[in-house]
Design a protein around this ligand. Sequence first.
Ligand code: HEC
Length: 426
Amino acid sequence: MNIYFVTSRFFALIALTFLLYGFAIPSLGFHGTLERIKDGKAEDIPSYVYPLWNFYQKDRYFGVNTSKEAKHNLKKMIEFSEEIGVPSMPVWSFSLEAPNYPKEAFPQGLPVFIHFDGLSGEVHEMDTINHYVGMASMQRGAPYERALAPYALVIVALIFVLFIFYNNKWINRFMIIPMLLPFMFIAIYAYWLYWFGHNLHRGAITMEPFMPVLLGDGKVAQFTTHAYPAVGFWLLVAVSIFSFLAWWLKKRGLKEQSLKRATFVHHSFMFVFLLTALASTAYLLKTDIEVNKLEKIAELIHVPDLETSLKAEREEALETQKQEMQEERDEKRKEQELQIKALEERAGTLGKFKVSKMYKSNCAPCHGNSGEGNFGTKLIGLSEEHILKKLLEFKTNKDAIHIETIEYLSEDDIKNLTKEISQFGD
Ligand code: HEC
């Protein structure tokens, strides 16, 4: 028994346990669940997912709006349409503090947790703020990375198993992958932070492109941000350190002892694990096909991004504004037209009945300005003959009413008046 090999295997086993417990098991078990919930196909969720999720959510953050009854109970969470986070260990976290999130109601600020395979925390609320400052929705980040994470975890687990069962230089080299896990996470996370900060659209407030803070405190608009590693990150660091130790010990062991041939027992065990890995991969694939994962990612990426949708919104608003203005203008014009028409009518009436001075001063007081009648009779529609006859009659017969007016009129005046009155119309 080589002490190096024994301790190396022991450390590898610890690393593998952390990996399985913290990431692989919850990630594989929960795979496809959120998609099924979103599609309204909760009945397709395998029954073991419920106790699994409930177990992993024990000391997790729950949104302030989550109803007490539903917390730690996936069935209720689905029933109440609560915001559901993925159960794997959160690797990174960031939170916002702002006056509108008072400490009493939001003791942790507004936290969001980043997992290998998804998000948890106040994602919805954070998206609202992101929208406000012109940032894309959080779901837009690392879609392929998150989708591939469970597959990658199966592969890393298989590397550990190979490492534990075989003392082989080649397998040793693959241990670099678990060693690099925390760094790989940070690299991918930093890339997406950069992406979010440099793919800003016009929000309610306009911001210059910027690099969101990866670690520590920062400020975005009026929000104070805190970014820090979460429990999953320390677990990854542990995986990394134990992988390094296992790798280093085995390297030393191999130097002192020549390669020992693997036995049939090793091969049989390995075969079982290989089958498990294959079955896991097949399960992941089957789930992804069932929930149309690729289609969902494509939808996510090709969602008309914020800028275009905002532009469309603005254009639409402009269009309605234009329409409203047009309608208003039309109405005003109609009104004006009516007014003008009325004015014209009045003017027309005035024009039509622009009577002579003689009529106005002598006859209008009794017969009206336009012959419409007042104290005297209506003079409209009378024939020239009739008028002349009457007037001559009034002049000679000294009619009581007309005596004073008509008596002094010359024959010419009477003729003119006759002509004028005969032309009075309705
Ligand atoms: C003081 C009021 C008064 C004045 C001023 C007056 N009229 Fe008359 N006019 C009457 C009355 C009342 C009648 C209806 C009774 C009548 O025929 O005598 C009438 C009747 C008439 C008639 C006959 C209408 C018909 O239907 O047969 C004519 C034409 C007429 N007036 C023309 C004139 C003219 C032209 C003047 C201006 C030079 C004038 N009158 C001034 C009160 C007046």
